[in-house]
Write a protein that binds this ligand. Sequence first.
Ligand code: F6R
Length: 613
Amino acid sequence: MCGIIGYIGGNDVGDILLKGLSRLEYRGYDSAGIVLIEEDGRFDVIKKEGRLYNLVGPVHDRAIKGCVGVGHTRWATHGRPSDVNSHPHGDASGSVWLVHNGIIENYRELSQSLVKKGHRFLSETDSEIIAHLIGDEFSKGEVSLHEAVRRVVSSVRGSYALGIVHRDFPDRIIAARHGSPLIIGIGENENYIASDVPAIMDRTRKVIYLEDGEVAIVKKDSVKVFDLNGNPVNKVPCEVNWSIEEAEKGGYEKFMLKEIFEQPKAVENTIIDRIGPKGKTVTFDDMEFYPQQARKLRRIYIVSCGTAFYAGYTGKYILERLTSIPVEIELASEFRYSDPKLQSDSLVIAVSQSGETADTLASLRMARENGCKVLSIVNVVGSTISRESDWVLYTYAGPEIGVASTKAYVTQLTAFYLFAIYLGEMRGDISSGFASGILDELKNIPGKISKILEHEADIRKCAKSFYKAESALYIGRNFNYPNAMEGALKIKEISYMHAEGYAAGEMKHGPIALIEDNYPVICICTKGKTYEKMISNIREVEARNGQVIAIANNGDSIVREIAHNVIEVPEAMEELSPLLNVVPLQLLAYYVACERGCDIDKPRNLAKSVTVE
Ligand code: F6R
């Protein structure tokens, strides 16, 4: 997630911005930059791809000291990581400079009016458009800088936290927020803006939290906040008494929990901009996968590892439901050493959060050597897998810091729904009514995930009922079979409880032998074509005195009657149910691990990114 810092006051601006950015590193980034402005209007922009230390030399060697500046760590979304795509971005005249966190949904639309006026853009980012728009508005000479910002942000759709400076107004920073966090730090004759508290905690603990739709003028000795209608808003600073570590997690105990709670936003960001204006079609402006390519496909192979493999497994169910293409799901570590009969009309889909997993990368290379095209579903923009693929469908989960993958998984599923609808429509495999029904439901998913998260306390209680068990069984069918495996993986990796994820229909073929008094069986039993079958499986567990923990739809009295514990989730189309049902599984794993006193964000023996075989 991008990080923003801004400073105005009498101390060394460059140094303060660099220190602030280093405190934002935990958010993940691929490039960084700062702009500083001197009282006489001279300014310096220093921005580089890669780590923050790339800025240190140039910032220390610079000719000017500055009295105001803003800085940024970038987590690429629109445009790959590069010096030129790094922030700050300037307007056409080089007077306005800004840093941005968020995604501007209508940036293409907004850029068209600028292009007609002769504007040329240097970067591939959505953020640069905002700088040009502000410069354009301000250059009309009718309004103040903050009024120009207010006008521009009123025309923007999407999310933003913005820090804006102007070389002719070195006495102020303009800050604006909608949907992305931004705070103002209050110092003694100096003030700050930042994405979050850790960036400024060593300098001040007095902060103002900007709300959506607020625009602030931050000077060294004053802060004025306005709403989008230009009315003043009275803000009272609060005192922060957290430790830096607590602050980085935004009040959550662990990064994993924070990331579980970020899922509604992550899904929203992944679908944003990709659903056509009438909500009936999928468009990929960021991926040129043409209809003729969709029509000629005869087979799809999905390759990935771990959680990404289970996302791919669900992807197989999704693609086979929405298209007429046969789909094979393969563990990348096996695929690379196997002899798949790859042909030029096969498509290989590589799924990876990091985009660096060694086996997934090797599988991708093997597929391309065999004449196959590769599409990757990747979270980290500019990663090796994304660079070596023919097409990339980015998930917009933002950086995942907890070792156990959560928000990456739901966004990978989301990407599969979008791609399957796209293929299904292009090939004439599904009706537009069916496609728009799924898209409508997809748009409701973030709200439904939020509803599940509201019942976190009940899930915690449920985790307490079996955290001492040595082992657990997770069962599901059809769309939710891969979810059962994902639930079992999650609890294994962070709580070290042994768990098996099984297709419920396989119970009688072996695992039922495990069930004895109080043995925990987590049953995914939401409405769909295998619902009755799952009820029978639950009865089988119950008949052997196992402890049934069921994931069921709100108000399902049948399941409530037979299960020991029920975690309720809202109803959804069966095809989309994995997006909801996985959330309680993640929370169950999380709270079992809490009860067992495990180091959740850094489970033993595991690394976030497996770049060796
Ligand atoms: C489990 C987990 C791992 C990863 C796997 C693939 O919670 O995080 O199983 O899913 O190592 O990693 P990526 O997606 O980066 O290729």
